[in-house]
Design a protein around this ligand. Structure first.
Ligand code: CP
Ligand code: NVA
Length: 298
């Protein structure tokens, strides 16, 4: 069997994804139950900023008895043009797992092709699967199984939105996506998963009676130059109290963070009683610990 990577949720079976989320819930309650990864090293290559993902991986490795090694492209030879294929082969001979945050998803795929140790997508322009493990854990902790529930994604058809499409398939829920024209997720993904996913332009229609409302920034990392243009295009796509009122009365609100209050979400919603954004952030630690246990102690 080849090396197991986690570049998108669909790299793992539905059963394994659910097992990782359940294990994360258990490790949160009983951290002493972790199998531990003594002597193991996780390499972290980050070409974009991060608070949660980086801290969760570093703390997870410390708690598991291993080590995390943080590398920025600028400080390593990658930044000076050493080929990805060579970097992958070299690091594979020294570390036990590598998490990468980068721009083009294809770069991750190329790295993984040459890596003999598991590669984790710590966010690419197209997908952010680690965040979805935490989101699924958070929903299940608050409301039980997500299977058969309905979720509204409001805003940009970005890496998080595309990961929700994969999650809808893997965890079997209905996903309604409301995006302004021109900012939809990949047409190929929508078409492929049309049985779980519906694309619409009206946020009000998307949130009607759903169990979970999710949004994310209007301009992702790498799109800073488009910020003003995007602010205008997304003006009608803010998650605020009047939009949340249309959802199911027990609907949760999630945001992967960092949030821009007053843009994609109003300040009162971030701190509302059904907002679970802080649990969602904490669960990055527990779910990434469960993921590392799964990938590294195989
Ligand atoms: N949600 C998330 O991935 O946060 P960071 O960019 O801080 O890692
Ligand atoms: N869509 C955002 C997510 C940040 C965690 C970005 O890519 O910047």
């Amino acid at each position: 069997m080849g090396t197991k990577h986690f570049l998108t949720l669909l790299d793992l079976s539905n059963a394994d994804l659910l097992a990782i989320v359940q294990r994360a819930m258990q490790l949160k309650r009983q951290p002493e139950q972790a199998r531990g990864l003594p002597q193991k090293t996780l390499g972290l290559i980050f070409e974009k900023s991060s608070t949660r993902t980086r801290v969760a991986f570093e703390v997870a490795m410390t708690q598991l008895g291993g080590t995390a090694l943080f590398l920025t492209a600028a400080d390593s030879q990658l930044g000076r043009g050493e080929p990805i294929e060579d970097t992958a082969r070299v690091l594979s001979r020294m570390v036990d797992c590598i998490a990468i945050r980068t721009f083009e998803h294809a770069k991750l795929e190329r790295f993984a092709e040459y890596s003999t140790v598991p590669v984790i997508n710590a966010l690419s322009d197209d997908f952010h699967p680690c965040q979805l493990l935490a989101d699924m854990q958070t929903f299940m902790e608050h409301r039980g199984a997500i299977t058969g529930k309905s979720v509204a994604w409001i805003g940009d058809g970005n890496n998080m939105c595309q990961s929700y499409i994969n999650a809808a398939v893997a965890f079997d829920f209905e996903l309604r996506i409301a995006c302004p024209p021109g900012y939809e997720p990949s047409a190929e993904l929508i078409e492929k998963h049309g049985d779980r996913v519906t694309l619409m332009s009206s946020p009000a229609t998307a949130v009607a009676n759903v169990d979970l409302v999710v949004t994310d920034v209007w301009a992702s990392m790498g799109q800073e130059a488009e910020q003003a243009k995007r602010r205008a295009s997304f003006a009608d796509y803010q998650v605020n109290s009047s939009l949340m009122e249309l959802a199911n009365s027990r609907a949760l609100f999630m945001h992967c963070l960092p949030a821009h209050r007053g843009e994609e979400v109003s300040a009162e919603i971030v701190d509302a009683k059904d907002s679970v954004v802080w649990d969602e952030a904490e669960n990055r630690l527990h779910s990434q610990k469960a993921l590392l246990e799964y990938l590294v102690s195989r």
